[in-house]
Design a protein around this ligand. Structure first.
Ligand code: UDP
Ligand code: MG
Length: 307
């Protein structure tokens, strides 16, 4: 039985040596056969040099270097594709996900005959209240709109077995929302709890703009409800406006003395309907943008070299 650990890294020169030594000590003491697949996502610092240097000391290391920064999700995809283990564990490079949980995840997968073991955060240290609150409500929002129910308080820290990995590798979606896709793949998926640590060193590479982009991808790729919402809203408003005009007409016929031509109501409704239209067009635009990305058929990532 071989265990692969996939580690996406972007500018992690301050943490990668510590991560590497922790991973190697945990893995070598628990498993006979293992590999660590580092995916260097176009780092601009010393990450690449460090990864190459590790190879002399640690035989079980593979590193993949992207031609530029493609993002965390493509890095994880590349790692899964290039991992050969019977079990593959996806873990962050910054030690927020404890390497010591890996043997427990493997044990759980074996004992319960599970295909996926996803790590659920009991607590989250060192993260802003803003991130915690938005994350909490975001996943509840997605679940209320999507047919795929994502486990709550869960990131990409999880174990998948060969069967799930083979299916995952065949999925051709280019902008992968990995936690959604793995949940969607199915088979037997079980949780394991852990306390999320603070980042060991350095700072987050997920600023607000990337977080919003990532959140939008999850919503747009896993729910078509926003489209239905716009249609329903539009239909309701059309019905309401028809009723409104009938009422005005009745008033004009039977109570002509109270009928007045009010420019305020016209002005108000123009803005109102204009707003609704913009909103609907915006939702359509977001989906069309994704269709556009998918049909372009660009690869999800480009590998510079594999060592
Ligand atoms: N990461 C990556 N590419 C990116 C951004 C992040 O490979 O463009 C990696 C990063 O090195 C880390 C993991 O993804 O291993 C999670 O990133 P980070 O810790 O910055 O995010 P946070 O934990 O703050 O959400
Ligand atoms: Mg982190």
């Amino acid at each position: 039985m071989k265990v692969s650990v996939v580690v996406p890294c972007y500018n992690e020169e301050f943490v990668i040596a510590e991560t590497n030594s922790q991973l190697n000590s945990v893995l070598s003491s628990c498993f006979e056969d293992y590999e660590i697949v580092y995916v260097n996502d176009g780092s601009k610092d010393g990450t690449k040099a460090l990864l190459l240097a590790f190879r002399d000391k640690f035989p079980n290391i593979k590193s993949i270097h992207f031609s530029r920064n493609f993002g965390h999700q493509p890095a994880v995809s590349a790692g899964i594709k290039n991992a050969s283990g019977d079990y593959i564990v996806i873990i962050d490079a910054d030690l927020q996900d404890p390497p010591s949980l890996i043997p427990e995840m493997v044990k759980k997968a074996q004992e319960e005959n599970a295909n996926v073991v996803y790590a659920v955060r009991k607590t989250r240290l060192g993260e802003s209240w803003f991130k915690k609150i938005t994350a909490k409500y975001y996943y509840r929002l997605i679940n209320s709109m999507s047919e795929t129910q994502l486990p709550l308080d869960t990131g990409d820290f999880r174990l998948i077995d060969r069967k799930v990995a083979d299916v995952f590798n065949k999925i051709e979606e280019r902008q992968k929302y990995i936690r959604g896709i793995i949940t969607w793949i199915g088979f037997k998926q079980v949780p394991i709890e852990y306390d999320r640590e603070e980042r060991f060193a350095g700072e987050t590479h997920y600023p607000l703009s990337k977080m919003i982009q990532f959140a939008m991808r999850g919503l747009l790729y896993f729910s078509k409800k926003p489209l239905t919402l716009a249609t329903n809203l539009g239909l309701t408003l059309v019905a309401l406006s028809v009723l409104f005009f009938i009422a005005q007409f009745v008033k004009w016929i039977f109570y002509p003395e109270t009928f007045e031509i009010g420019w305020m109501s016209i002005f108000g409704s123009i803005i109102f309907f204009g707003g609704i239209q913009m909103l609907s067009i915006g939702v359509l635009g977001a989906y069309i943008g994704n269709i556009f990305d998918e049909i372009k058929n660009r690869p999800e990532y480009i590998i510079d070299e594999i060592n």
